[in-house]
Design a protein around this ligand. Structure first.
Ligand code: FE2
Length: 258
């Protein structure tokens, strides 16, 4: 079963607007064109937050239009830059509301897929929160099937002090819960605009490059990296094993490079 993760699109209402010298709309279109060409049959396309940069409804509507041919195979989670209410207005058909949070939880093949909402409105860092930890515990109790977890903020230190200061505040509480549910095989995140893969307990913790601006790994403060945007392919096998790789999209219409 093949799933695609994209993250940190940081779209702006003005299609030509730039963020750190990069047109985020053009970069996303480039990534989606590559996906259409390479992986049109993927089961799901999961967008793990920072859908928009300006938190506007019209920007989310533009995103929905860009993803039109993937609907209803799209799942969206909020990052620190998204408005939950507008997300429900624009993507209400694919969002599961849990209290104020926008999440998802479903079976797909032999797997269970769960998306968490780690937004703290007005803050850059995130947290799962006690109520959502309870919700997650109930979701994990539903089935021992292999499970993939998706959330915006990585629940591990990433080696860049400035990013580790704006990470997931209650990561220890999340791990305290996950250690009881070894079926969680993979945890997929965004937020740090770079590729990462680390093992934590029995889980593989991943982050995926932004579809737009990249951050340089292991930097003390924000440094833009000049690597191309990308996406992640997750191959979730029936036996619970995971194969994954990041694909970089080098130019409009050009071939992606691994
Ligand atoms: Fe971001």
């Amino acid at each position: 079963m093949r799933i695609i993760q994209i993250t940190d699109c940081h779209l702006l209402a003005d299609p030509a607007a730039e963020l750190k010298g990069i047109c985020t709309r053009e970069r996303l279109v480039r990534v989606l064109d590559a996906l259409r060409e390479e992986l049109p049959q993927a089961e799901l396309l999961i967008v793990t937050g920072d859908l928009t940069h300006d938190e506007r409804a019209e920007t989310l509507q533009a995103l929905r239009e860009l993803l039109a041919d993937w609907l209803p195979r799209v799942r969206v989670l909020p990052g620190n830059h998204d408005d939950r209410g507008f997300m429900r207005q624009v993507f209400g058909d694919i969002i599961l509301p849990a209290g104020e949070r926008n999440v998802f939880a479903e079976f797909l093949g032999n797997w269970r897929l769960i998306g968490l909402d780690t937004q703290v409105p007005g803050a850059v860092g995130g947290e799962v929160g006690l109520a959502q930890l309870d919700w997650l515990e109930r979701q994990l109790e539903v089935s021992p099937r292999p499970t993939a977890l998706f959330l915006h903020h990585p629940p591990v230190l990433v080696g860049s002090p400035w990013l580790d200061r704006i990470g997931l505040a209650d990561a220890p509480a999340l791990w305290q819960l996950l250690v009881r549910f070894p079926q969680v095989r993979v945890v997929c995140t965004g937020h740090i605009h770079q590729e990462m893969a680390v093992h934590r307990g029995g889980a593989l913790v991943l982050s995926t490059p932004s579809t737009a601006v990249q951050f340089r790994p292991e930097s003390e403060s924000l440094e833009v990296d000049d690597v191309p945007p990308g996406y992640r392919i997750l191959e979730l096998e029936d036996d619970g094993s995971v194969r994954t790789r990041v694909m970089r999209v080098v130019a409009a219409g050009g071939p992606p490079a691994g």
